[in-house]
Design a protein around this ligand. Structure first.
Ligand SMILES: [Zn+2]
Length: 58
């Protein structure tokens, strides 16, 4: 029973993580490749461009 409970907790955590990433709360984005970013990068981790700009959140 203990094992089952541990697994249940892990799944719950995974679910919460997935939900919070799906919220689309990207704070920055790359103008070159349009990748959404969750941190302010000096260079885009995807294409290496320095066109990382803040995303306006209303
Ligand atoms: Zn990029």
């Amino acid at each position: 029973m203990g094992l089952f409970n541990d697994l249940g907790k892990k799944f719950e955590k995974l679910k919460q993580t997935a939900e919070s990433s799906a919220d689309g709360e990207a704070t920055h984005g790359c103008k070159e490749c349009e990748t959404l970013l969750y941190t302010d990068y000096d260079e885009c981790p995807e294409c290496g461009s320095d066109s990382v700009v803040p995303v306006r959140q209303d």
